[in-house]
Design a protein around this ligand. Structure first.
Ligand SMILES: O=C(O)c1cccc(C(=O)CC[C@H]2O[C@@H](n3cnc4c(=O)[nH]cnc43)[C@H](O)[C@@H]2O)c1
Length: 231
């Protein structure tokens, strides 16, 4: 894995007055993150809404209002079951807009292949690895993998297989990471994504979602984030 942005980011994080912006899709995720952060005034935890467009717009608005040194997309997600079981944590090694592109007679072409930009945003890999190690030392099950952003949540085994073939090693699928990351990139800031798994990516069965387990993991993961950034 490449180590990028680390010196600049760590330098900024060591500066006394640096602040961290965390974006969650919904209030239940926001509340779990805030419980985990234990009242620290170093963080703003704001609502992004659901999906990449809402997330990009809300993140960009927040970044235009206040100064931050790090931006994080956090919340629950679907996990690719071979690598990320329910209740586990996935830290993004990269954030990928997995359905941004075009269907062609030869299959899906990403925006990169079409020459329209990039569907792939690097996270702060050094911080991602530090967090992964710190979480691995607790009761949490954690991995550092690509996290996919999609506009339509996967609802079939076929679609899950297609996405796994499209992005080798993908750990999880959610809907806001790429929007948050694109806003951070435009503002010149490093980004992370932290997801806790509520359901398996695959055939839709809302009754099987374990939102309580995922929110409990999100709270604990947020406490570890606090400890790592304060250490
Ligand atoms: O109903 C609730 O109590 C509740 C509490 C917390 C969160 C929710 C959500 O529905 C969050 C939606 C949010 O979660 C991400 N997500 C979760 N699973 C998947 C998935 O399999 N595929 C894609 N996204 C997923 C996503 O980021 C949504 O915005 C409900």
């Amino acid at each position: 894995m490449n180590i990028k942005l680390a010196d600049e980011t760590i330098h900024k994080l060591e500066t006394k007055h640096t602040r961290v912006l965390i974006m969650t899709a919904v209030e239940a995720e926001q509340a779990a993150v805030l419980r985990g952060l234990r009242g620290s005034d170093r963080f703003d935890v704001l609502l992004a809404g659901v999906g990449p467009a809402s997330a990009a717009a809300h993140t960009s608005a927040a970044l235009s209002q206040s100064e931050y040194s790090l931006v994080i997309s956090a919340g629950i997600a679907g996990g690719f079951s071979e690598v990320a079981p329910i209740g586990s944590v996935v830290i993004a090694e990269r954030i990928i807009a997995a359905d941004l592109g075009a269907e062609t007679p030869d299959g899906f072409s990403s925006v990169d292949e079409l020459g329209f930009g990039s569907s792939n945003i690097e996270t702060d890999n050094k911080l991602a690895l530090m967090l992964t190690s710190a979480m691995a030392a607790t009761e949490l099950t954690v991995c550092c993998r690509p996290i996919l952003s999609v506009s339509t949540a996967t609802g079939s085994a076929e679609r899950a297989t297609i996405l796994q073939a499209r992005v080798s090693g993908a750990g999880a699928e959610a809907m806001e990471g790429y929007g948050v990351a694109e806003a951070a990139r435009i503002h010149g800031l490093p980004v992370l994504e932290i997801r806790t798994i509520s359901n398996a990516v695959g055939p839709r069965d809302r009754s099987a979602w374990r939102i309580g387990d995922a929110l409990a993991s999100l709270e604990l993961a947020s406490t570890i984030l606090l400890e790592v950034l304060e250490s």
